[in-house]
Design a protein around this ligand. Sequence first.
Ligand code: RP5
Length: 160
Amino acid sequence: MAQPLVGIIMGSRSDWETMQACADILTALDVTFEAKIVSAHRTPQRLYDYATGAAERGLKVIVAGAGGAAHLSGMAASMTALPVLGVPVESKALKGMDSLLSIAQMPGGIPVGTLAIGKPGAINAGLLAAAILALSDEALAGRLADWRAAQTESVAENPE
Ligand code: RP5
């Protein structure tokens, strides 16, 4: 198995439907990743072990998706110097506004790069993780440029 460079973590199995969009982008760009369920509230020791060991295990970026009282990304960021990207998963009760604010409103000093609510945020977290890695990987930068060019190409000029 190739060394994973991106660690996708999520608070619950129910977040996978959203976070799979991040995994799909990384797969399309040939970026190695792992995906794990790590809950800030239900498995705090797993979160501690994951975040404190991430850099040593060779991960370069962490993408953390959670919904509701979404403390996963912030807690992970408090325990690693790796870049942490937070994806607010859409919650049933508040449509992800709770998730968004929980992730975005970090105290100064512990940054989390906060993406949009739901699948667009998961997709963009994958693209942003790839862009970070592409700073030191020319081949990946080329694949990312091709992906973006293909997207541009796919947008028709006329609505019909
Ligand atoms: C959060 O609570 C998870 O990230 C998930 O988005 C939400 C609901 O979790 P489940 O009740 O579906 O396990 O911790």
